[in-house]
Design a protein around this ligand. Structure first.
Ligand SMILES: CC(C)(COP(=O)(O)OP(=O)(O)OC[C@H]1O[C@@H](n2cnc3c(N)ncnc32)[C@H](O)[C@@H]1OP(=O)(O)O)[C@@H](O)C(=O)NCCC(=O)NCCSC(=O)/C=C/CCCCCCCCCCCCC(=O)O
Length: 719
């Protein structure tokens, strides 16, 4: 909807009204068309201001309408009509002008923004391009290099930057609508020809070919197979090389391909998935709307290894006071230096003062007595963590939330060490903790909704995408990773090389294949866990073969590498070789190839040719199958939680929507059929056995992903 009022005698004020972000739904577009006609037909009205209700100009096209039959007036002719209007039209931008919202503003003759407003063309993040003229008008207004940057990254810019770039004409600290109305009165009657951006020539640098070639190379490298950034470059190129009308034709053509693409569907699903995870629920019925977070002003971090340092930085940068505790004096001094360095570098990047004074350091636990929340980040050792939780419970003031950064240990065991187990939750950060967006908030059987709400709220405050998950070994992310890693090792045993497996996964869109990631994070990490679990060595008393543990197939390849001191990048050798310890350039290692040959011979394995399809299916479908088990077990509330965890924590390609969305696109019946096929070939690998929920979904006709929660509910009610 759009409301029309006459203000200040001669200004027609059109207010977009569509909660929450005034998206350009059919009703809003109709409203704009009708109200513009009214403003143009009233002789007393000399100029027009367009604004949005509730301090938000416009969040762009209504994403919910995409993929449905679109009704109502189309956006492009509506914007053209505004630009062609005989009376000046001023956009009063408060809050945001994004996507179609900015394109609407670019169709206006003037743009006035509030100092706190942000503008941008984020269509690329939804698998689209700014196809309401944005790809043609923006380069004409601000030049090709700046437009390429904004359109291919989708980044939002502040009002100050928008003014500098020439996107807006004026920035104000005052009431933007009032300022725009005054401005509109002043410019009434002035010639509008110089204000119609579509008539501008596109300022094109002399080396345009080289510029576009470079831009194309850059987006292809970063896109990992995403098609929208490439189309964005092509559209801007059209603006630079074609007359406006032909450029618009090209924009439409490129958009037609993107609009119906699987990638656009995946990215739009992911947009809503990110919002869905904030609306968390627990199996007890506790929910985000009814669980009040408690304020956290002062926090403590216990243990200042890599994770503890990153967490301290993330908290301090968000303005919290932090007590950073490390009992080893030498470690404490090193950590202090490292944390200060990270804070200084971060502050330099964002142009603010470093939050050094927010952090106080201690080598004992006493100063945490008055904090509101503690995050324990000591070594991944249950006995040690239990001791820390006992101490914290004795020292902290009543009501302090006690959180663990464990990546997979039982939260309930820790909660049991404390006087108030309801105040204990997991806060599983991902390395580097001040950079990575994901936070798994893990509730145990005793965690209170307030504790979950507080951890979720704190996650939001420090800029994380927080997902509430249940308590089980590895939680969601690491639990699903286990079968994926396991399949990768089995593929090596059967004849693949690390390079081939990684190549297939990287072509799929992962930033790094499984073996390159293992080398980066350190092979010894998993080795220690397997040793603690008694898996790294076969049990001599059972007489089981070396490649079997607890009755299941097991690959000791990772353990054998660790026994040789090959821990990955840090030792210069792992699944790959590196020029020197710490180097990041992975090279195939002839030693490893011979080692694999000898290993296969020793175990009577005959290497066979493994193709692309088998690598993808075995690695991904086993991971997806575990995802279905997690849903079945109620550890994640819905597929969106898993997808958000995988995109933000494990570099799953966003344009594929996440593993559960990917399964839906491939077709659940196909995933089931291939798992059955592989399980038949490998009956000693339980992770390939299709789980009950997957079978149930397929039996129910493979409902669309937004209907899975209903099926899951039914499965739970039958238990
Ligand atoms: C920054 C935000 C705007 C706000 O953030 P925040 O304050 O944190 O709030 P949120 O929780 O994110 O959002 C609040 C609620 O609002 C919902 N929301 C937000 N934006 C939209 C939107 N654009 N549409 C619908 N709903 C929206 C959100 O889901 C929340 O809902 P709820 O409370 O959870 O229920 C932030 O929200 C944000 O970043 N939003 C997205 C901004 C964006 O990306 N905008 C661009 C949209 S795409 C666009 O504008 C495209 C324009 C060009 C269209 C051209 C049309 C031509 C069609 C031609 C087709 C040719 C095809 C031919 C094919 C064929 O041949 O058939």
């Amino acid at each position: 909807m759009a409301q029309y009022t006459r203000v200040s005698g001669s200004v027609g004020l059109i207010t977009l009204q569509s909660p929450r972000v005034n998206a350009l739904s059919a009703a809003v577009r109709q409203g704009i068309v009708d109200m513009m006609q009214r403003a143009l037909s009233e002789p007393e009205v000399k100029s027009v201001v367009i604004c949005g209700q509730n301090g938000i100009f416009c969040g762009g096209a209504d994403i919910k309408e995409f993929g449905k039959n679109m009704s109502g007036p189309p956006l492009i002719p509506m914007i053209h009509a505004i630009e062609a209007a005989s009376k000046p039209v001023v956009a009063a931008i408060e809050g945001i002008a994004l996507g179609g919202g900015l394109e609407l503003a670019l169709g206006c003759h003037y743009r006035i923004a509030h100092a706190k407003a942000r503008v941008g063309l984020p269509e690329v993040t939804l698998g689209l391009l700014p196809a309401a003229g944005g790809s043609q008008r923006l380069p004409r207004l601000i030049g090709v290099p700046a437009a390429l940057d904004l359109i291919t990254t989708g980044r939002h810019v502040t009002a100050a930057e928008a003014l500098k770039l020439g996107i807006v004409d004026q920035v104000t600290d005052h009431n933007t609508v009032n300022v725009a109305v005054k401005f509109a009165k002043r410019v009434a009657g002035q010639s509008l020809d110089p204000r119609r951006i579509s008539t501008y020539p596109c300022p094109c640098p002399s080396d345009a070919d080289a510029l576009f070639e470079k831009a194309m190379q850059k987006v292809r490298r970063a896109a990992r197979g995403a098609i929208a950034p490439v189309a964005c470059v092509q559209a801007v190129r059209a603006a630079a090389t074609l007359p406006y009308n032909q450029g618009m034709e090209r924009e439409k053509e490129l958009m037609a391909t993107l609009f119906t693409s699987g990638q656009a569907r995946a990215l739009q699903y992911f947009f809503f998935a990110q919002r869905a995870v904030g609306k968390w629920s627990m199996p007890s019925g506790a929910r985000w709307e009814t669980s009040k977070p408690r304020p956290v002003h002062k926090a403590a971090v216990i243990g200042l290894g890599t994770m503890g340092r990153g967490i301290t930085v993330a908290l301090a940068q968000a303005g919290l006071s932090v007590v950073a505790v490390e009992t080893q004096e030498k470690q404490l001094m090193e950590a202090k230096q490292a944390i200060s360095g990270m804070l200084e570098r971060g502050a330099k990047r964002s142009g603010v003062a470093p939050a050094l004074d927010k952090v106080s350091y201690s080598h004992n636990i006493q100063p945490v007595a008055d904090v509101d929340l503690v995050i324990e980040a000591v070594f991944e050792d249950m006995a040690l963590k239990k001791k820390v939780f006992q101490q914290l419970s004795a020292v902290c003031k009543p009501g302090t939330f006690l959180c663990s950064n464990t990546s997979g240990l039982d939260i309930d065991h820790l909660a049991c060490q404390t006087r108030n187990p309801e105040l204990v939750v997991g806060m599983h950060f991902f390395a580097p903790a001040h950079v990575m967006k994901l936070l798994e908030v893990v509730y145990g059987p005793k965690s209170s909704p307030h504790a979950v709400a507080t951890a979720m709220q704190l996650g939001k405050k420090i800029g994380k995408v927080s997902v509430a998950v249940g308590n089980c070994r590895g939680f969601v992310g690491n639990r699903m990773l286990k079968p994926y890693l396991e399949q990768a090792l089995f593929l090596l045993e059967e004849g693949a090389t690390p390079e081939f497996v990684d190549q297939v996964l990287e072509e799929f869109g992962f930033a790094m294949g499984v073996f390159r990631v293992s080398d980066l994070s350190g092979l010894d990490v998993g080795w220690r866990v397997r040793m603690a679990d008694g898996l790294a060595q076969p049990d001599p008393t059972t007489g089981q073969p070396v490649r079997v543990r607890q009755g299941r197939r097991y690959s000791p390849l990772g353990d054998l590498l660790c026994e040789q001191g090959r821990f990955g990048q840090k030792t210069g050798r792992g699944w790959y070789q590196y020029d020197k310890p710490g180097s990041q350039v992975a090279k195939p290692d002839p030693w490893l190839h011979s080692f694999l040959d000898e290993y296969r011979t020793r175990h009577g394995l005959v290497a066979r040719r493994i193709d692309h399809q088998e690598v993808l299916e075995r690695c991904l479908y086993s991971l997806i199958n575990e995802g279905f088990r997690i849903l079945e077990d109620g550890i994640a509330a819905g597929p969106e939680d898993i997808d958000v965890i995988y995109v933000f924590g494990y570099s799953w390609p966003r344009h594929r929507g996440g593993p559960m969305f990917y399964a839906a696109t491939v077709g659940l019946n196909k995933v089931l059929e291939r798992l059955e096929h592989y399980h038949q070939a490998h009956p000693d690998v339980p992770s390939l056995q299709p789980c009950r929920l997957l079978r149930k979904l397929v039996a129910g006709g493979s409902p669309p992903i937004h209907k899975w929660r209903e099926v899951i509910k039914k499965v739970h009610s039958q238990l």
